[in-house]
Each structure stands twice: as structure tokens, then as C-alpha cells.
Design a protein around this ligand. Structure first.
Ligand SMILES: Nc1ncnc2c1ncn2[C@@H]1O[C@H](COP(=O)(O)OP(=O)(O)OP(=O)(O)O)[C@@H](O)[C@H]1O
Ligand SMILES: [Mg+2]
Length: 278
């Protein structure tokens, strides 16, 4: 096979790219993620399954084969974004034909083909300066602040880019949980418990179960959104208590703030929630 034909096959198939160019054998679920072209993908993954490694390969494949791409990697903290970026540079070093880099620093690189990979720590202000991302990957999405996620989404509307949220669950809260449970049918959801990861043995999991206890074990290894320990009310209990059949205490036209507006402190943030204008 000529070098050109090999490049074309790697461009068309990120799994072949991982196998041939990075000497890396993706697990079955990693192959599914790498080959997916769904607009939004949610990966609910056990600890140590291989999320960050997959994120780095996806980022590199996009940047190498789609000139001019902006790839944003978002993590909850600076330490994690540095760690993820290190995985990208390690993968780059595996390449026989390394791309020429025009700019390279601790958290971002720009290739000669004008593609950029930027690894951002999780604060909403860091994302504001970027636009036109064709791929955004949130690693440990359950711990990325919701404000950051809400700042990212409008960017995709314009660029028509893809967003991949990868995470181990972290309680029944936040955007990762709400997208997983209520995000609609257009999202691709992939669940990888530790028992599906060929590198995690049953004996190790048995030990972990004993050491961590049921609550942590379910969250860390079985992809379960377990109730947060600090909640006063259980999530399922609250959801089961919701009913459209129960009439509100005040009819829509007799809300107390309507009758006695001056006794209520109604701010600009509260006003839209009341669904009325002053
Ligand atoms: N397909 C694979 N083949 C061999 N090793 C792999 C594969 N995928 C991941 N690994 C290895 O498994 C380990 C964990 O991978 P990685 O850090 O990507 O997992 P993670 O899900 O991000 O973990 P964490 O939950 O700690 O963030 C790493 O040493 C990585 O090199
Ligand atoms: Mg990781």
C-alpha cells in the first residue's frame, strides 16, 4: 500500500489511525466512540476505562486530517487539562510523520495545517475567547461547572461542531446527569462499566467493592448516578412526588406577588421565572 493510500485510510477511519499510526489497539467501546459521527455523544464510563486516552486520539485525528480545525478539550481543573494535553503530545510523538507545529505551549498546539488543539481548565471565562470549534470534548464532564457547558453550547450552533461528554458519574446533578437522563433521543449514549473494560480484573473489582463500600463502588465502577450524600431529599423521591394532577396553591391569576408586588423583591433574574413582565 502506498503512503498516500495509507494516509487516506487513516483519515477515513480513526480506529485504523490509532492502530497503524499510534500502535494502539482501541477496545470495542473505544472503536465505537472513535467511529461515531453523531453530533453529541455521552460516555458514561467507569474509572480508568480509557476516557482520556480516547479523547486525546479523537482530538489528534481531527486536527491532523481536517485542516483548520479548532479542537477544544475541557477539563474540570488545570491539573486535569495539563494531564489530558500530555496525552495528546505523547500520541503525537508516536507518529512516524510528525506534523510541523507552528506554535506549541503547555496547553495548546497549532499545526502547519492551521488546526489547533487547546486544552482548557474548567472555568467559564477561559472558553469565552474561542469560536468556531469543530470538536469539543469535555473530560470528567460531571465535574465541569454547568456555566462552562452553557457557555460552550452556543458556539456549536454556529460551527455545527460535535460535542463529546465523557465522565464517570458524580451524583444526580449537573449537566452530565441531566443530558444523560433528559437530553433527548438525538444524543448517542454509551455506558462502559468496569466489568466491560478488559484491563480491570474481577479480583481487583472485588477488592475495590470492599474498600470503597457500595455507594462509591456503584459510582466509580458501575456508572450509576447515585444520590449525592448531602441531599436532604432523595432525587427519585422528589421526581416521584411531581404530578401535573395537583393544582398549584395559587391559581395563575392570583399569585401573591401580583397582588402585593411591593412586598416582594423581584430582581431581573427572578422576573423571567415568573413568566410575567413588570
Ligand atoms: N485500548 C487500550 N489498550 C491498552 N491500554 C489502554 C487502552 N485504553 C486505555 N488504556 C490505558 O488505561 C489507563 C487508563 O486510561 P485513561 O487515563 O485514558 O482512563 P480514564 O478513564 O481517563 O481514567 P480516569 O477515570 O482515572 O480519568 C492508561 O494507562 C491508558 O494508557
Ligand atoms: Mg481520565
Amino acid at each position: 500500500m502506498t503512503g498516500h493510500a495509507r494516509d487516506l485510510r487513516q483519515a477515513a477511519d480513526p480506529v485504523i489511525f490509532a492502530q497503524q499510526a499510534l500502535n494502539f489497539s482501541p477496545d470495542t467501546w473505544q472503536q465505537q466512540v472513535l467511529r461515531s459521527n453523531t453530533h453529541q455523544v455521552l460516555l458514561n464510563c467507569s474509572r480508568q476505562a480509557g476516557k482520556s486516552t480516547t479523547a486525546a486520539i479523537m482530538a489528534l485525528h481531527r486536527a491532523l486530517f481536517y485542516p483548520g480545525s479548532l479542537v477544544l478539550l475541557v477539563s474540570p481543573s488545570l491539573r486535569q487539562s495539563s494531564e489530558l494535553f500530555r496525552k495528546v503530545t505523547e500520541a503525537l510523538e508516536q507518529l512516524d510523520k510528525r506534523p510541523r507545529l507552528r506554535e506549541d505551549n503547555r496547553l495548546s498546539l497549532t499545526m502547519q495545517n492551521k488546526s489547533r488543539i487547546v486544552s482548557l481548565p474548567g472555568s467559564e471565562s477561559t472558553i469565552r475567547g474561542y469560536s468556531g470549534a469543530s470538536l469539543i470534548i469535555e473530560d470528567e464532564a460531571a465535574r465541569v461547572p454547568d456555566e462552562l457547558y452553557y457557555a460552550i453550547r452556543p458556539m456549536l450552533a454556529v460551527s455545527k461542531g460535535r460535542i463529546i461528554l465523557m465522565s464517570t458519574p458524580f451524583g444526580k446533578r449537573g449537566h452530565f446527569h441531566s443530558e444523560w437522563t433528559d437530553g433527548g433521543d438525538s444524543l448517542e449514549r454509551i455506558r462502559i462499566p468496569a466489568s466491560d473494560c478488559p484491563r480491570i480484573s474481577a479480583a481487583f473489582l472485588e477488592q475495590e467493592k470492599r474498600a470503597l463500600g457500595d455507594w462509591w463502588y456503584k459510582q466509580e465502577y458501575e456508572c450509576e448516578f447515585v444520590q449525592t450524600t448531602d441531599s436532604v431529599f432523595n432525587y427519585d423521591l422528589v421526581m416521584s412526588a411531581m404530578s401535573d394532577d395537583i393544582k398549584p396553591l395559587f391559581a395563575a391569576d392570583e399569585q401573591p406577588w401580583e397582588k402585593n408586588r411591593d412586598q416582594f423583591f423581584i430582581t431581573d433574574e427572578v422576573e423571567p421565572l415568573l413568566g410575567r413582565s413588570t
